[in-house]
Write a protein that binds this ligand. Structure first.
Ligand code: DC
Length: 223
């Protein structure tokens, strides 16, 4: 029996940054006992590798090669997942706003997307996969059994991120965060390849006025 491929069920959870899809994906994967894929982490790891090598964003061939040859590993610890790039723990840097912004820029490059597509599909393993990203339901797993598009207003997403960063003791500016979120949304939505948009058969959930528990309950009822 094959352990990956079309016989393995996938639930795709797409949406803009800060919509809560990371939390929902992890909770749902734990609830079902399925694997999970944080596809944004692959773009973020590529961004870190690009920074490390100081590559120009115009050198598309080199960027594609970097994405194809990433030396990465995810380690599941107690309550979190650590990300390793070239055997170094980069978990904290992975989540920074700068890394997210660069990830969004390199995600517009077709060679990078093509290199990461195969890696993402390798996560499709029995008993099933919950995949979080921008194009899980539209491009990477178009045959997903359930597609959810989780969204929320840019204002509330900026506020949520602001609280998270404050709790971590970082100095943050809400207006700047809001501007960065809007810029990233625009870039993710307007790129010509695999833009952020709901799949035709996706269920759209707006979490602007919902708690994470309420969103989770909705998602579980759909599953
Ligand atoms: O979900 P995230 O914030 O970690 O993603 C970071 C960036 O990576 C996002 O702004 C766009 C890109 N990305 C993408 O283009 N396709 C995906 N499936 C996931 C992320």
């Amino acid at each position: 029996m094959s352990t990956s491929g079309a016989d393995v069920p996938v639930i795709a959870i797409d949406g803009p940054g800060g919509s809560g899809k990371g939390t929902i994906t992890t909770r749902l994967a734990n609830h079902l006992g399925w694997h999970f894929l944080d596809s944004g982490a692959l773009y973020r790891l590529t961004a870190l590798a690009v920074m490390k090598k100081q590559l120009s964003l115009h050198d598309e061939t080199a960027l594609g090669e970097i994405a194809a040859n990433l030396d990465i590993r995810f380690e599941t610890g107690v309550g979190d997942v650590r990300a390793l790039l070239d055997q170094q723990d980069v978990t904290e840097r992975l989540r920074s706003e700068d890394t997210g912004a660069l990830a969004s820029k390199i995600a517009t490059i077709p060679a990078v997307r093509a290199a990461l597509a195969g890696r993402q599909r390798q996560f499709r393993q029995l008993p099933g996969l919950v995949a979080d990203g921008r194009d899980m339901g539209t491009v990477i797993f178009p045959d997903a059994k359930l597609k959810i598009f989780l969204t929320a207003s840019a204002e509330i997403r900026a506020e949520r991120r602001y609280k998270q960063l404050k709790e971590k003791g970082e100095s943050v500016n809400l207006t700047r965060l809001f501007r960065e979120i809007k810029a990233r949304d625009l870039r993710d939505q307007s790129r010509s390849i695999a833009p952020l948009r709901p799949a035709g058969n996706a269920v759209i959930i707006d979490s602007t006025s919902l708690s994470i528990d309420e969103v989770f309950a909705k998602v579980v009822s759909l599953v």
